[in-house]
Design a protein around this ligand. Sequence first.
Ligand code: FAD
Length: 469
Amino acid sequence: SPVIVWIRRDLRLSDHAALTAAADSGRPVIPVFVLDEVVDRLGAAAKFRFGLGVEAFGDALEGIGSRLILRRGKALECLQALVKETGAGAVYWQRAYDPDSKDRDTKVKAALKDDGLDVQSFAGHLLFEPWTVETKTGGFYKVYTPFWNAVKGTDIDAPQTAVSDLKAPSDWPDSDTLDDWQMDAAMRRGAAIVGKHVSVGEEAARGRLGAFIANGIEGYGDGRNMVAEDGCSRMSEPLTYGEISPRICWHAGMRAREEGKAGAETWLKELVWREFAYHLLHHTPHIVSDNWREEWRSFPWNEDERKSEVIAWKRGRTGVAFVDAAMREMYVTGTMHNRARMIVASYLTKHLMCHWRIGQAWFEDCLIDWDPASNALGWQWTAGSGPDATPYFRVFNPDTQAEKFDPKGQYRKAWIAEGQSNPPETATDYFAAVPESWSLDTGRDYPDPVVTLDEGRKRALDAYENRDF
Ligand code: FAD
């Protein structure tokens, strides 16, 4: 009887444990992707980008004589229907670790087992299963550096080779089409504009990784902070959809380290930040929804999304050039440089004293590399409410940060059209991408700061001084 492989954030043929196990079983394999309750809830940009990934993965499967069946509805009901239609005896998938997916998967597993099926879940989205890394007393890690020290010497198995042959069933079950699904429907911003910046599929991911290892990793130590330079790997996008496995990235980084490439160790450490984020998410799922440190729940953050300062922040019109450039970069490309993420997050939570959840949700809607664990940790780290966090009183000054990490102003010029007689396409694309309801036009003057940096800083520090914890 056939094996169903439930495809989720693992749109790849290489290093795919569930697909490999199904192929090795010698039985017909039916890969299926379900637009279920978890996928349906994704932010606009992530859902749009997921759709492109699913399309590319369907093509990749067809390239090896298989198919990707598309179904929409509750995951369990879709899988049960497919089992009934195809006579499948087994369902395999790779594990997910966010609270919504875990909850769904636990229920699906129990119900399918009750139906008498062989149900197996495999590792693959992470280097380390979150529950396997333990402190000496059997607890979990709350601080990154000891986590890194605990895992850095681990021997990580080599990635599995790509699946090149999947036995087809005698009859393929029906499938929806991606056109039916319209996964770009929520894109208020011009999908075509964001689409210019995506890099979709396994081959593209390998290409990006190869180019970074050949040209970028050596200078990554400093280059990773220079916002106008191409100094980072840009692996977060394919890692999010599993178009590349973390194990492939890890081994590429290890080889670079063995070759003596300077930035390799720093880059491996960044990959482990992603692991740490999932470790925390697994052990303390409230990190996505509430202040990790309970005392921060009483901090007088603004939670009103309608406030003009919040609107200005989202729209890249705070009057602080580095912040605005970064917010526009995200709106147009679906990604934002890591240094810039820290600056805009600090500005929102400190200068504007807004709750980090407002920023977390806006990032969730705008990022094509949106990741539940890294986004939550990134926000709580910057806001000061997280387990391993910068203290609230450390307020980044966006102007000094700009002098340091965008010394020639290239990043700001790339994204802010106002004041330039001949602005680059990136900057004008922003005006093409925003919805009409924002009523922005290129001719408008650049806004004055919604709050001066000194004032904002002082307000935040006063609130911190007067906190009741
Ligand atoms: P590189 O610098 O080349 O690093 C390699 C890989 O390491 C990345 O692809 C990523 O998987 C991992 N990594 C690097 N930095 C971090 C980090 N700080 N935390 C966790 N993993 C990291 N990353 C996301 O993937 N999705 C998000 O939604 C996300 N939201 C963030 C929100 C805030 C407020 C902050 C401060 C950071 C956020 N990050 C997020 C982390 C980081 O900014 C991105 O992973 C990074 O910019 C991706 O670029 P890159 O792939 O070129 O990274």
